[in-house]
Design a protein around this ligand. Structure first.
Ligand SMILES: Nc1nc2c(c(=O)[nH]1)N(C=O)[C@@H](CNc1ccc(C(=O)N[C@@H](CCC(=O)O)C(=O)O)cc1)CN2
Ligand SMILES: Nc1nc2c(ncn2[C@@H]2O[C@H](COP(=O)(O)OP(=O)(O)OP(=O)(O)O)[C@@H](O)[C@H]2O)c(=O)[nH]1
Ligand SMILES: [Mg+2]
Length: 449
């Protein structure tokens, strides 16, 4: 049984001071009593979920605000507890005064993520759904919203729970064996159990294959624009952004520091980084800029190398190696192409005439293996936490397979590995003891969430 929460928490759920209406949420066993004290007994006489007009008053009876109140009777609320919502006027002071009044009347201030954590503890959400709420709030593109909703609806939680249930059954079989140590293990049974473990591994691998998409949707693709000075790197950044963010000039060495901006390329968030052109330089500031370029290249997910096609093809400079996808872009096509580039495979563009930009955008999407069509309604895009747990489960399942063969099985040792895998899978929806994990996840939420 989940532990019952004894305190009643309150917090402002809306952003402070920027909206017309502010929302205060109160949740816990005393929620109705707290609201009754502050609002003249209206909460306990309200029909659940029916919005009512009400005044919140201070100790002396002076009106603090005149707003709307909604009562939810547990378990039929977001947190699963009795909940009261007060929608007041959106000013900073009036909202703070109203919250203080609810605290005076017996509520305690909620810590970050505490409403969602209570929803989790009360079985209203699993951990992946709670994370889906955070993903939704921080989504930067429509595709990221879609992925967040899929997670919020429980797609990932259901798939991992199904895999875990299957593993539980396998363990039960194995334990039956262990209980009769004198009997030889039937080779047929080992074959069957292996097949079932392979089935779980297939699910795990298919979930793991969504990790890159997940990272891209949540964090964006680190896209680094680099090349020799004056080839048009900053011009490309400005064109992709749609406004003049970086200084462009015909002086080589214009960009000194890296410049970072996020664009939305057909649903894919790209973190574009414009860098200082790489060349030999005596200038200390430029040299530092070039060192930064090198570091950016090392950390990139996608490299856009730019060259000036109107000039003879230079000796290829040596850049740090990185496994990231690398596209070569020949800029200044409007000036005509120097013959030395003719047989070079590249994307040809001009930042002046804007030719080639559709091709560039298609090439980027293709290089990232990412299109809107790939991302259906129930698609999953796992995060780093899910990836770590799945990878651990995978390792343990492979270890168990080594110990369960047709010729020779050690069910006791195999069961140990399977139990480890079970725990790792259970961490994803939060089905195992996860006190530390909960602190880490929910403290990233904002107050009032
Ligand atoms: N005013 C308000 N708006 C909000 C929230 C909120 O808490 N309050 N939410 C907070 O994140 C989100 C909506 N999420 C919610 C999820 C469940 C329930 C709820 O009352 N669940 C009940 C009844 C279900 C039903 O009627 O469909 C339940 O689960 O039993 C409410 C809000 C976004 N908008
Ligand atoms: N004709 C032509 N000129 C361009 C094109 N793109 C950029 N330029 C010009 O090339 C010069 C250099 O452009 P930048 O964007 O500053 O080049 P950069 O690579 O950022 O240069 P650094 O920051 O110095 O490394 C400017 O004068 C631009 O106007 C293009 O497609 N065609
Ligand atoms: Mg520049």
């Amino acid at each position: 049984m989940a532990p019952a929460h004894t305190s009643t928490i309150a917090a402002v759920a809306s952003p402070m001071g920027v909206g017309a209406i502010s929302l205060i949420r109160i949740s816990g066993p005393q929620a109705l009593a707290v609201a009754d004290l502050a609002c003249g007994g209206i909460a306990s006489t309200s029909m659940p979920r029916l919005v009512r007009r009400c005044k919140i008053r201070d100790e002396s009876g002076a009106v603090i605000d005149d707003g709307l109140i909604t009562v939810f009777h547990g378990p039929n609320s977001f947190t699963g507890e009795d909940t009261v919502e007060f929608a007041g006027h959106g000013g900073i002071l009036v909202t703070k005064e109203a919250l203080s009044r609810f605290l005076e009347c017996g509520a305690v201030h909620a810590s970050p993520g505490e409403f969602s954590q209570r929803a989790f503890t009360n079985g209203k959400l699993d951990l992946t759904q709670a994370e889906g709420i955070m993903d939704l709030i921080s989504a930067q593109t429509r595709l990221a919203i879609r992925a967040a909703h899929s997670q919020l609806e429980g797609t990932l939680g259901k798939r991992t729970t199904a895999a875990r249930d299957e593993l539980l059954e396998i363990l039960a079989h194995l334990e039956a064996w262990i209980d009769f140590p004198d009997e030889d293990i039937d080779p047929q049974t080992a074959i069957q159990l292996r097949a079932r473990i392979f089935g779980i591994l297939e699910t795990i691998d298919s979930l793991l294959s969504t990790a890159d998409q997940g990272r891209v949707l949540r964090e964006g693709v680190r896209t680094v624009i680099f090349g020799e000075p004056n080839v048009g790197k900053s011009s490309l950044l400005n064109r992709l952004l749609g406004f003049d963010r970086a200084i462009v000039s015909d002086i080589a060495g214009t960009t000194r520091d890296t410049i970072e901006e996020v664009i939305n390329l057909h649903g894919i968030p790209l973190r574009l980084v414009d860098t200082a052109g790489v060349r030999e330089s005596d200038d200390t500031i430029e040299t530092q800029g070039i060192q930064r370029t090198v570091r950016q290249i090392e950390d990139a997910d996608l490299l856009l190398e730019i060259a000036d096609c109107s000039l003879p093809r230079p000796e290829r400079a040596v850049y740090p190696s990185n496994h990231a996808t690398h596209l070569l872009i020949l800029n200044k096509s409007d000036l005509g192409e120097h013959p030395s580039w003719n047989d070079v495979e590249a994307i040809r563009i001009s930042c002046i005439s804007e030719q080639g930009f559709n091709t560039l955008s298609d090439a980027i999407r293709e290089a990232l293996h990412f299109t809107e069509a790939d991302f259906g309604e129930h698609a999953v895009a796992i995060n780093a936490r899910h990836k770590a747990s799945l990878a651990l489960a995978r390792t343990n399942l492979h270890a168990a397979l080594e110990l369960l063969t047709e010729e020779n099985s050690d069910p006791e040792l195999a069961a140990i590995d399977l139990r480890e895998a079970l725990d790792a899978l259970g961490e994803i929806p939060g089905k195992v003891d996860t006190e530390d994990l909960l602190g880490v996840i929910f403290s990233q939420f904002c107050i009032g969430k």
